[in-house]
Design a protein around this ligand. Structure first.
Ligand code: HEM
Length: 400
């Protein structure tokens, strides 16, 4: 039975994965070279299994904003039993609208301003504890967003290692379940998180606090059904750190590849950190692609898209579209951003955590540049093996 279910999950993976069809080995090959090959084939290219993929910023943007597309085929039941339910990320209106509205207030400008000192303290604490030679990912990029999002959700005594493990199992499932051990790790993560959140809901029903979970508990049965509570928390948790860790990792990686840019940042961290974050989001976005399914027959780029066909929007490719950016393959933190990149997607699913991701990454880069201007590499980068989520797993550095 397990074999059969894995087979199904694997079939889903291949069907939605144009990279696999193009022979990209995740984590080893340069996706950007493949995107350029696809770009030469046209703005909308058919995938071998009968879907479509686009590298064009204009087409990605249009598809993400077009309400004739959705994130799940019409009448499809909630995710596969062995998959992971990612709440409103995987829902179309009206459920999407109702649940997103509940999460949104946690990321308001007022909440963000209140968060700044906590993020600064966390970054300082992590760097204080770093030896001269360290792995940037396990020392800073990973524990920072875990500390921030577990705090925002009100999870007491969160152990970084446990959450990094849940994130790896769940984040890895975005591309599909690739082996039996992975299926088992995913199931274990799901069970542990289920218990953790059930306990937390019970606690917050008794003792409400100023956190997201307390607000969800207060809305339960009204704006949110009991069975929607855990998926919502899992979405916020995993989206909250599996992406931000890669933004910080990709930023430092690009800065160390371009020492003159690192020097530019160190000369004026207070203004340049924000720009370095924005250029990283364009140049090497943590989420490389998303996809949408046609809810009705339509025409796109002069091609017929049938109801039920998927369009893969390659964010990593759209962000280097030469129609919009000059010399798009060059990392330049002083670049005049001539267009909005799609690192946080677009339309109704535009990343709800965007202000928090920017806050964390900007503070991390600013403090790193202020305290360790002599930062350099101390070993080879090891990359994640995913085609969707891009970032280093290990980034060895020396502070002097
Ligand atoms: C949605 C990227 C950080 C929570 C998205 C989407 C992208 C994205 C591309 C939309 C996917 C789609 O259109 O199919 C990123 C990146 C991040 C980041 C690159 C960091 C660099 C965060 C953080 C949180 C968060 C810190 C929360 C704490 C969410 C949620 C959604 C989402 C809840 C679903 C929105 C919806 O479906 O309406 N993110 N994200 N993200 N993100 Fe983020």
């Amino acid at each position: 039975l397990y074999g059969q279910r894995l087979g199904l999950a694997y079939a889903g993976y291949v069907k939605r994965d144009p990279m696999a069809l193009l022979g990209l080995r995740p984590g080893r090959d340069d996706p950007y070279a493949i995107y350029e090959r696809m770009r030469r084939a046209g703005t909308l290219v058919p995938t071998r299994l009968g879907n479509w993929a686009t590298t064009s910023h204009r087409v990605c943007n249009a598809v993400l904003r077009d309400r004739r597309f959705g994130v799940r085929p019409e009448n499809e039941p909630m995710p596969h039993p062995d998959g992971i339910n990612m709440s409103f990320l995987e829902l179309d209106p009206p459920d999407h609208t109702r649940l997103r509205r509940l999460a949104q207030p946690a990321f308001s400008p007022r909440q963000m301003a209140g968060y700044q000192p906590r993020v600064e303290r966390t970054v300082a604490g992590l760097l204080d504890a770093a030896p001269t030679e360290f792995d940037l990912v396990s020392t800073l990029a990973s524990p920072l967003p875990i500390a921030v999002i577990t705090d925002l959700l009100g999870i007491p005594d969160a152990r970084t290692e446990d959450f990094a493990r849940y994130g790896a199992a769940i984040g890895g499932a975005i591309d599909g379940i690739r082996s039996l051990p992975h299926a088992l790790r995913l199931q274990a993560a799901r069970n542990e998180l289920g218990t953790l959140f059930e306990d937390l809901f019970a606690l917050r029903r008794e003792q409400p606090a100023d956190d997201i979970v307390s607000r969800l508990v207060a809305a339960e049965g009204d704006q949110i059904h009991p069975h929607e509570m855990i998926p919502m928390c899992v979405l916020l948790l995993v989206a909250g750190f599996e992406t931000t860790v890669n933004l910080i990792g990709n930023a430092v990686n690009a800065l160390l590849d371009n020492p003159e840019q690192w020097k530019r940042l160190c000369a004026d961290p207070a203004t340049m950190a924000e720009k370095a974050v924005d250029e990283t989001l364009r140049f090497d976005p943590p989420v490389q692609r998303t996809l949408r399914v046609a809810h009705e027959p339509l025409e796109l780029e002069g091609r017929p898209v049938h109801k039920g066909q998927w369009v893969v929007t390659l964010i990593g490719a759209a962000n280097r579209d030469p129609q919009l950016w000059a010399d798009p393959g060059r990392f330049d933190i002083e670049r005049e951003q001539t267009a909005d990149h799609l690192a946080f997607s677009g339309g109704i699913h535009y990343c709800v955590g965007q202000p928090l991701a920017r806050l964390e990454a900007t503070i991390a880069l600013r403090v790193l540049a202020e305290r360790m201007p002599g930062l350099r590499r101390a070993g080879a980068v090891r990359r994640r093996t995913s085609n969707t989520i891009r970032g280093p797993l290990r980034l060895p550095v020396r502070s002097a």
